[in-house]
Design a protein around this ligand. Structure first.
Ligand code: ADP
Ligand code: MG
Length: 490
């Protein structure tokens, strides 16, 4: 078995165990105002053909001009993927006919991509860690879109997307389960979002993946793969892989063989179906685009971009564990979305980071999960949550009352300190008042007082009664101390 094979990932067939082998090609739309070779806008959702320059429409004699901003984004992404940046790369023409491709070719990079080998660390919920190799990242143009639902007889073409810059990120065939594949795409998406090089919006198609799947007997050579094109959600990626691996196993166990082909995933049935037999590179007659010079970068340009890279999820995770003492699980939960980590860091700034993490994860995420929202929908801002943490820290409110304040801010909004003041929620630290409550509880329960002498754990019951009598406002520490003294427990 090779080092990556894990017993738990094997699939049981009728004739023995099988292992999936998966490699991904992720297409990520570059965050940029203008297209890769023209100044037209990349804005999503404009009227059809409202963002199209003469270059995008492939008018004869038009010349592409490389957009430096898109090049910088590809380099920054390469750096984020810990990959080799190639100072020399070449744009090629990939020739094919499609109605939404007016040039008759796509400008892409073939033999000499801008980014070479790298790696992505993927941590699974189970604690399993997989290091996934990156084969390459290249820049290419997106195509337009055929519209089939605008007219009963005709199809129309919308070229708004034509010429928009895409990064194609190709992984090595290092993934061994659908869970790993899903986690890999999530991780890449997170890295792109931290970098601000792709918005990662799969619903709008800014990020989509081609999924390559094959199966083999553990320890055997790789089998023949099928490629499932353009899967546009993480959940569908998982479903497509599960279906496809089982389909291939069934064929092989029946004595058949797998033919390399391109397939489509049908989200309605959860199945994949054949689209065409696999095309080969030579079908595209790649050649260097004579309208574009090879792309030459200086090391200084790359170094400048490297200097300004933000702190990425792996580094943040490591820092949260080492500096803040968070568990790996909590650190993972916080760094997995850029919005979550920004929120957490705003709450943690100048405060006890571990306590901030507890509030963000347990109270805030807990509530968001329950009510089906994400961090961007949070009715409680980072400033408000920070103010609640401050009120606990200063001893103004107890942890228990803090949860009530959180609930009030969640449902009604408002300033936590003012809410505490206006509703009289301040913790009672005045020992006179607490003592009175303690005395009353003791006087009313002589039998329990007797029992507590034998069973000191009963003090918990007394604390509960006093807290109830003071509507939760007594300082639990003061109550404890007074009770211990009065009940003679040490
Ligand atoms: P092509 O250019 O024909 O698409 P590549 O060599 O670029 O082929 O590979 C495309 C993707 O297929 C990569 O993500 C790679 O990891 C994956 N891949 C290659 N071989 C296999 C295999 N036997 N099983 C599953 N995935 C594979
Ligand atoms: Mg490919």
């Amino acid at each position: 078995m090779d080092a990556k094979t894990e017993k738990s990932n094997l699939i049981e067939g009728a004739t023995g165990d099988w292992e999936m082998v998966i490699g991904m090609e992720i297409h990520a739309q570059v965050t940029s105002n203008a297209k890769l070779f023209s100044g037209a806008s990349t804005e999503f959702g404009g009227d059809p053909n409202s963002h199209v320059s003469l270059v995008d429409a492939a008018m004869p004699g038009m010349l592409p001009v490389i957009n430096e901003g898109c090049v910088a984004q590809a380099i920054r992404t390469g750096l984020g993927l810990k990959a080799q940046i190639n100072l020399n790369s070449v744009f090629d023409r990939k020739n094919y006919f499609y109605p939404d491709l007016p040039q008759g070719y796509q400008i892409s990079q073939y033999k000499n991509p801008i980014v070479g080998e790298g790696e992505v660390i993927v941590d699974l919920l189970s604690g399993e860690r997989v290091i996934v190799g990156i084969e390459r990242l290249h820049l290419e143009q997106d195509a337009g879109k055929s519209l089939h639902d605008q007219h009963p007889q005709f199809s129309y073409v919308d070229l708004n997307r034509s010429g928009v810059a895409l990064m194609e990120i190709v992984s090595k065939p290092d993934l061994r389960s659908s869970e790993q594949a899903r986690a890999f795409v999530s991780k890449v998406r997170t890295i792109l979002r931290y970098l601000g090089t792709c918005d990662g919006n799969m619903e709008q198609g800014s990020l989509r993946a081609d999924v390559n799947v094959s199966v083999r007997r553990p320890g055997d050579e790789f089998g023949t793969r099928c490629e499932i094109k353009n899967v546009n959600s993480i959940r569908f990626i998982g479903q497509a892989i599960e279906y496809e691996a089982r389909r291939q196993i069934e064929i092989l166990e029946d004595g058949g063989e797998i033919h390399q082909e391109t397939r489509l995933f049908d989200a309605k049935t959860g199945e994949t179906r054949s689209m065409r037999s696999k095309e080969e590179a030579h079908d595209y007659r790649y050649f260097p685009d004579p309208d574009l010079l090879p792309l030459e970068l200086t090391q200084a340009f790359v170094d400048d971009l490297a200097k300004d890279l933000p702190e990425l999820p792996d580094e943040k995770r490591a820092r949260f564990i080492a500096e803040y003492g968070l568990t790996p699980y909590d650190a993972d939960v916080l760094v997995s979305e850029r919005e979550s980590v920004d929120y957490f860091e705003a709450v943690a700034k100048g405060r006890d980071a571990k306590q901030a993490a507890n509030w963000v994860i347990n109270e805030l995420f807990g509530r968001l999960n329950k009510e089906g929202g994400t961090i961007v929908d949070s009715p409680v801002t980072a400033d408000q949550l920070g103010a609640i943490v401050d009120l606990i820290k200063s001893g103004t409110i107890s942890g228990k009352i803090a949860k009530d304040v959180f609930d009030i801010v969640w449902t009604e909004g408002g300033d936590p300190a003012e809410i505490v003041e206006a509703r009289g929620l301040k913790q009672v630290t005045d020992t006179g008042a607490i003592e009175k409550a303690v005395d009353e509880v003791i006087a009313a329960n002589p039998d329990k007082v007797e029992q507590a002498k034998e069973k000191p754990a009963l003090i918990g019951w007394f604390v509960g009664q006093v807290m109830k009598a003071t509507q939760g406002k007594a300082s639990p520490q003061a109550v404890n101390e007074l009770l211990k003294a009065k009940l003679g427990i040490d």
